[in-house]
Design a binder for this molecule. Structure first.
Ligand SMILES: [Zn+2]
Length: 382
């Protein structure tokens, strides 16, 4: 595979909220798909050298909330290629919140286990467009027993899809299953807010307090939000990761984000898309949420980016998401889009513009040059 150098980097958004910005000129040294070093200056040698022309390098985005089925197809919107389109929106990893859109989805214990196992194994073998999709999120159905969680975990399944989507709806019933899931090392997602689709349920703040999931999903609604006073209780009374999504309530997202900023809790905030969904397929959804919280809540761009990179890495214990030695080299090279009032990616994001993506790299391999979905970047790689 050899090594790769990205030189002449103007700025690095590290994804690490404790130290989110490195000012250039700097170079990145990548070997065997992993980041090896960040070096000051621009004279590193490598088997392959990319000149970033002074642009910004940022971790690939981790979408914390997607609803895939199999491959790069969504029956929810009858659309092919939504993952490939997301790659062109800077997304290099996605986390399934449940393969709930499978036509004829089985709802008995054996069926729901089989679906989680099949989706997990299928996405472990297939990376659509190169994107790392963590699939196989068990949907909780009545009748599951502790042995089921043990068995699935031994087969590699580590996600429980949004509680509220399956037949286990009562918080006390879910709580026991969540304890089994956590006992076997699984991460647990919980739908919060109004009923999303017929057959699912409304989940309140008190339900979250009883169940204590790993992630309080779309606290700003999916798409219907609980009252903001209740959302603030979830933030204050639990230590769950707090997720806001594109396909949610924007006012609620704004208030949640301002509250977490004031309380110094932005390290717990993660961003998902919650697509494909009734709202659609939105390839730029994660970048749009970063722009939203940066421009409307006055959060520096490099900090907002952490909510879809390093923070998410930490919640799900992923080997990518921060630009530091040892992490997978999943990266984007970004710049101000042509015509922006901002002179570089940071300034553009902070005035609410989606950056232009000049390149996306996964495991040290170029997956796309200039994005077909973002506006074009001012500068180009050489
Ligand atoms: Zn949901």
């Amino acid at each position: 595979m050899g090594n790769l150098v990205i030189k002449n980097i103007g700025t690095i958004f590290t994804g690490d909220i404790r130290q989110p910005l490195v000012n250039g000129p700097v170079s990145l040294f990548i070997e065997e798909g992993k980041i090896k070093a960040i070096e000051q200056g621009s004279d590193l040698k490598g088997d392959k050298v990319i000149d970033a022309s002074g642009m910004t390098v940022c971790p690939g985005l981790i979408d914390s909330h997607t609803h895939p089925v199999f491959g790069d197809f969504t029956p929810r919107q009858n659309q092919l290629g939504f993952i490939d389109s997301s790659l062109h929106g800077g997304v290099t990893s996605m986390i399934s919140a449940g393969e709930v859109h499978l036509p004829g989805r089985p709802t008995d214990p054996k069926g729901t286990k089989a679906l989680a196992l099949l989706a997990h194994k299928s996405f472990a073998k297939l990376r659509p467009a190169g994107v790392k999709l963590y699939g196989g999120a068990l949907i909780l159905e009545k009748g599951l027993v502790e042995e089921d969680f043990k068995e699935l975990s031994e087969d590699g399944v580590w996600l429980v899809g949004e509680i509220g989507l399956g037949s286990v709806k009562a918080a006390n019933e879910a709580k026991t299953m969540v304890e089994w899931a956590k006992k076997y090392g699984m991460k647990v997602l919980m739908h919060v807010g109004g009923t999303s689709v017929p057959g699912s349920s409304t989940v309140t703040c008190d339900d979250v307090l009883i169940v204590n999931p790993t992630v309080a999903c779309h606290l700003n609604g999916g798409p219907t939000s609980i009252p903001v006073s209740e959302a603030k209780r979830v933030i204050e009374k639990t230590d769950c990761a707090i997720e806001i999504v594109h396909c949610g309530n924007p006012l609620s997202a704004l208030e949640i984000c301002n509250f977490m900023k004031t309380k110094g809790m932005l390290n717990r905030l993660i961003i998902g898309n919650d697509a494909p969904s009734g709202t659609g397929v939105i390839p730029l959804g994660v970048w749009r949420m970063i722009n939203f919280i940066s421009s409307l809540c006055g959060i520096p761009a490099e900090v907002a980016v952490c909510c879809a990179t390093g923070n998410t890495k930490n919640v799900f214990s992923l080997p990518q998401g921060i630009i530091k030695a040892g992490d997978d080299a999943d990266l984007q090279i970004i710049d101000a889009p042509m015509g922006s009032a901002g002179k570089d990616a940071k300034a553009a994001i902070e005035v609410g513009d989606i950056p232009g993506i000049a390149m996306v790299i996964i495991d040290g391999v170029i997956k796309t040059q200039v994005s077909r979905n973002t506006p074009p970047p001012v500068r180009k790689t050489v």
